[in-house]
Design a protein around this ligand. Structure first.
Ligand SMILES: [Zn+2]
Length: 257
């Protein structure tokens, strides 16, 4: 039951016909699991918390470095050396006391992921490497939970929603098959344009909130953004019948969307 204070705080959401009180109540009751506390997570968690998501768990084992400050805007010079997940949660908790933010300072291995995903309604992959994305994809698929995955490198961003609630793909592994590695594809080596993280992280929050509220349009798309030309493209996704993660229950190619 929504309170009078919540009616005021979230009135601009409640005014949206598509969202209404029912959508906002779903957001208030939701538990989001965010893996990564870096450049995508900063805008993503900011919008989740400001929108009233009830619980947010943030997993990251990295410490803050000076090179993070260009895009990870909740960190300052005095935070260098501190755990990213802890500082990010502290900062946002002060602004949004209505949300419970829980930092988990640990590497997101498969057993930790399975344990945390069990308690979550939705997963946001805000990591920066293929190995983590594959693990998060596998654990989300196993738990039949929706996954919002994004990446950003140089001027290029990608975003996809994998909704596993019906127990079928497509999944991240369908799209990025084989033994991809991060050689030559890291922000540390190639750089990343700071506002691109803001755009892609906010887009993750937008997709996640609409899934939580039950108003996300169906369809499986990979959204690609070129920040240099300011151009979006979208590609329809289909399950790979040979995918090692979702093939057992995959739908035939082309049925998606
Ligand atoms: Zn798959």
């Amino acid at each position: 039951m929504i309170t009078d204070e919540q009616l005021l705080r979230y009135s601009r959401h409640i005014l949206l016909d598509k969202l209404d009180i029912a959508g906002q109540e779903a957001i208030l009751a939701a538990h989001a699991l965010v893996i990564g506390a870096g450049g995508l997570a900063h805008p993503a968690i900011t919008y989740l918390a400001a929108s009233g998501v009830g619980h947010i768990t943030v997993v990251d084992n990295d410490n803050i470095e000076i090179s993070n400050l260009q895009r990870q805007f909740w960190f300052s010079d005095r935070d260098i050396g501190q755990a990213k997940a802890r500082i990010l949660c502290q900062q946002l908790q002060a602004y949004h006391p209505q949300t419970q933010l829980q930092p988990v300072v640990a590497r997101a291995d498969i057993s930790l992921l399975q344990q945390l995903i069990h308690h979550a309604d939705i997963i946001l992959d805000c990591t920066d490497n293929f190995a983590s994305r594959r693990l998060i994809n596998q654990a989300s698929f196993n738990a039949r939970k929706p996954l919002v995955s994004a990446s950003a490198l140089v001027f290029a961003g990608q975003l996809a929603v994998y909704d596993f609630r019906d127990g079928h793909g497509p999944c991240y592994q369908c799209l990025f098959e084989g033994d991809m590695n991060d050689e030559g594809a890291s922000c540390a080596k190639n750089g990343v344009f700071a506002p691109l993280l803001g755009i892609m992280g906010a887009a993750q929050a937008s997709e996640a909130l609409q899934i939580i509220a039950g108003i996300h349009p169906t369809g499986c798309w990979l959204h690609c953004f070129d920040a240099h030309r300011f151009q979006w493209q979208r590609l329809q996704l289909a399950a790979n019948p040979d995918c090692p993660v979702c093939r057992q229950t995959a739908l035939p190619t082309g049925i998606c969307g």
